[in-house]
Design a protein around this ligand. Structure first.
Ligand code: 4AD
Ligand code: MG
Length: 506
């Protein structure tokens, strides 16, 4: 037996090999069964013809969905197949016949699927997303390791807050209050003073009650921290990293991105120079006081609303036409089925368009009434990136809405040297970073202002007492990046077992 993986088939054309995997799909017609096998490395059509297999052909009928099997046969090239190859079976063995599998090719609601996440992970789309996740993690390590950054594992139990106290998960630590880490940054700063350039890459926790498409309660964050870096150098590094990581993923995950139907061109926008816009400018753009390449944000949204409404009318007309075919007395069964499926797709599309049509007026309102000094909301970020079509960096933020450790802007102490990177196509913030404050007195003031216990931060303040240097860093939300790369509707699909305020199991 020459056991190989599906993604190695190109090396074995014309040879007899064995594939081991699970039945992802199966259909049969007179004396021939087509089994779509998946083995973790990919998907492959296996053709089991009655006159070519040594086993009793009837046995193949018990290959129910998700049964585990081993199939041997000849590797044939077939351009029509995803992956490019198929297996002409000469023998097979059923390892375990699966019971009735709950997830079928028909549409399921997302709650149904999330409750079966342990099985849902096997489906083609979820498989592709998890491969992209793997490639993204690898590319991130690759980038930092090649630049000689040291990986640092920061603690998960922490004794102090770093990103505000409202979304902390509290735990009982032998009678002491401890929190799950919101960030590894403060520890990263300490390590940067020992190692120069470091990055942490681990799970972080936020007790976010909000039910948005962008928030998990447990997510992975990459946090580099660099001694002797200022905000400009920080922004240069963010840009270089996103460009390298996204390009590497595009390169490594062609099949996966094809399965996801991802438009690669939109991802390649990372190769443009990221516009750097100050918070003040961003507010002017958002409120329509400043145009971007001749486009006014408020007018753009008005146009978006108009096109969305026109599109709804168009799609509804097509639904009507196709439903007529489904219900007529003349069309063939195949044609009816095709149209029935199309109607289901179109109805889903209308639902999305209607959601947009409901949302856009609120976005306009939010943009028009945006108050200088407040934080950008999800829709504000969407509007801003819509104006550019590539990732943008918003820097120099009002001090009041940012974390206590950010360095003040020289000559304008109401602002801090923070930066947010917003991803295009409506995705919004994927990176948050800053140059760090070095002034000991000011940091102490900030800690007091935020009602934090200074004693808990003495170790952090020591970094300013013993050889303080300018330094900067940032945090990239892994799942936020994957959500954009895969163009997912909701961040929960970017995590193997997502944790949200709504879900802890499985
Ligand atoms: O902007 P944030 O809160 O920044 C920090 O935590 C800093 N300590 C980072 C640093 O400078 N070292 O979070 C950073 C990123 C966000 O841009 C976002 O991508 C992600 O973490 N993030 C979340 N992702 C998923 N769910 C949540 N609830 C998230 N909160 C933040
Ligand atoms: Mg942030």
């Amino acid at each position: 037996m020459n056991w190989i993986y599906i993604n190695e088939m190109s090396k074995y054309v014309g040879q007899t090999v064995t594939l081991k995997g699970w039945v992802a799909n199966r259909r049969e017609s007179k004396g021939i069964a087509f089994v779509n096998l998946r083995d973790g490395s990919g998907f492959c059509q296996c053709v089991i013809a009655e006159d070519k297999v040594s086993e009793t052909f009837d046995l193949s009928k018990s290959m129910s969905l998700e049964s585990s099997v081993s199939i041997s046969g000849e590797v044939l090239k077939d351009e029509k197949q995803l992956g490019g190859y198929e297996l002409q079976a000469s023998s097979f063995e059923i390892i375990d016949v699966a019971e009735d599998y709950p997830i079928t090719p028909k549409e399921h609601g997302v709650d149904f699927l999330l409750e079966r996440r342990h099985l849902w992970l096997r489906s083609k789309r979820q498989w592709a997303i998890m491969k992209v996740r793997n490639a993204t993690i690898y590319a991130i390590h690759n980038f930092f390791q090649q630049k000689d950054f040291s990986l640092m594992d920061s603690p998960i139990f922490t004794g102090s807050a770093a990103e505000g106290t409202t979304d902390l998960f509290k735990t009982d630590y032998f009678g002491q209050e401890a929190y799950l880490a919101q960030t590894g940054q403060l520890y990263g700063e300490a390590m940067a003073m020992a190692q120069g350039k470091i990055y942490t890459f681990g799970p972080t926790f936020r007790a976010e009650k909000s039910k948005t498409r962008r928030h998990l309660t447990e997510f992975w964050m990459v946090e580099p921290e660099m001694a002797f870096y200022d905000l400009d150098m920080d922004m240069d590094l963010i840009e270089e990293m996103l460009r390298a990581v996204v390009n590497e993923v595009i390169d490594r995950c062609k099949t996966e991105l094809e399965i996801l139907g991802r438009d690669i061109e939109a991802l390649k926008s990372v190769n443009q120079k990221f516009p750097r816009i100050s918070y003040d400018e961003a507010v002017e753009m958002l409120t329509g006081k400043k145009e971007v390449n001749g486009v006014n944000a408020i007018q753009m949204l008005g146009n978006d609303l108009k096109t969305t409404q026109e599109e709804i009318i168009k799609v509804n007309a097509e639904i009507e036409e196709r439903e007529a075919i489904v219900n007529d007395n003349v069309s063939k069964k195949g044609i009816k089925n095709f149209n029935r499926n199309r109607v289901a797709q179109l109805k889903a599309q209308v639902k999305e368009l209607e959601e947009d049509a409901r949302n856009i007026p609120q976005w306009i309102k939010s943009a028009e009434n945006f108050e200088h000094g407040s934080d950008l909301g999800g829709s504000d970020e969407t509007v801003l990136t819509r104006l550019f079509g590539c990732p943008i960096m918003v820097y120099n933020w009002p001090r009041k809405i940012k974390a206590f450790y950010m360095k003040r802007v020289e000559g304008n102490f109401d602002y801090v040297k923070g930066v947010d990177v917003l991803a295009p196509e409506g995705y919004g913030e994927i990176v948050g970073g800053s140059e760090r404050e070095t002034d000991l007195e000011f940091l102490i003031e900030q800690i007091q202002e935020e009602n934090l216990n200074q004693e808990d931060y003495e170790w952090y303040l020591d970094l300013r007492r013993f050889g303080s240097v300018p330094h900067a860093g940032f945090g990239l939300g892994l799942e936020r990046l994957i959500t954009w790369i895969c163009k997912l509707k909701h961040i929960r699909e970017a995590s193997p077992f997502p944790r949200t305020s709504q879900r802890l199991k499985p």
